[in-house]
Write a protein that binds this ligand. Structure first.
Ligand SMILES: Nc1ncnc2c1ncn2[C@@H]1O[C@H](COP(=O)(O)OP(=O)(O)OP(=O)(O)O)[C@@H](O)[C@H]1O
Ligand SMILES: [Mg+2]
Length: 210
């Protein structure tokens, strides 16, 4: 789920997709790549309070001493839905990656998210990654691991213009990543346009009588 427009419904649609796919009997995991951790919150986790000893996506993809992904998978209340939570620490990935690139870190940044989950073989039928509203290293790493991309947008002029700029920038960046040895496995890009329900009545505010 991507788009650099905030509030375009990425997290909401990710959560509903997770539930639908789980109800259809598949095992799914939702990965929260957003430091805001909204998808985690929707599944009952407040990582800054509930996971003080680690156990978030950051712990599995950090450059120094990453933990096995198995250690950060959390079970949620609904059957068949697991989650890997995000938290504010994910911001560190955006700052640490340039340093790791300068030090020519063995594991390239765009492979970190995909490589990490690849260590949990044949465990899930579907993996849904909820990206932050940016086109940073985390989003590019998620794109690199994805087999399909869903771009959510409000059906309004400025939002659609923003989505076009995003798609243009994304294709340019992915070309750079592919030239640097990244494997782009995404085979499909879909756009989801959704509509807020119309207001029932205009709201009129009258000055109150003194
Ligand atoms: N189909 C919908 N109809 C009405 N409201 C919706 C719909 N989908 C999402 N919303 C509302 O829009 C707001 C933003 O949604 P959401 O948090 O999913 O966006 P987001 O793209 O994940 O935002 P961010 O980029 O900040 O992570 C929320 O208040 C959510 O309840
Ligand atoms: Mg979100």
């Amino acid at each position: 789920m991507i788009n650099f427009k905030g509030g375009s419904g990425k997290t909401t649609i990710a959560a509903h997709l997770l539930q639908k796919i789980a109800l259809d009997g598949y095992r799914v995991v939702g990965i929260d790549l957003d430091p805001q951790a909204s998808l985690s919150a929707l599944h009952g986790f407040q990582p800054e309070f509930d996971l003080l000893d680690g156990g978030t996506l950051y712990n599995a993809i950090r450059y120094d001493d990453p933990v096995p992904p198995r250690d950060v998978i959390q079970q949620t209340y609904p059957i068949n839905i697991d989650t890997i939570t995000g938290n504010l620490n994910l911001m560190k990935v955006e700052h640490d990656t340039p340093r790791a690139l300068m030090q020519r870190h063995a594991n390239l940044f765009f492979a970190r998210v995909g490589d990490s989950l690849a260590q949990v073989p044949d465990h899930y039928d579907v993996v849904i990654r909820d990206c932050p509203p940016t086109l940073g290293y985390l989003t590019m790493s998620a794109l690199s691991a994805a087999t399909a991309v869903l771009v959510t947008a409000h059906p309004q002029k400025l939002d659609v213009m923003s989505m076009c700029q995003f798609l243009l920038m994304m294709s340019n960046l992915l070309r750079v990543v592919a030239n640097a040895g990244g494997v782009m496995s995404s085979r499909a890009t879909s756009r989801v346009l959704w509509q807020l329900p119309p207001l029932r009545k205009p709201c009129r505010v009258r000055p109150s009588a003194q």
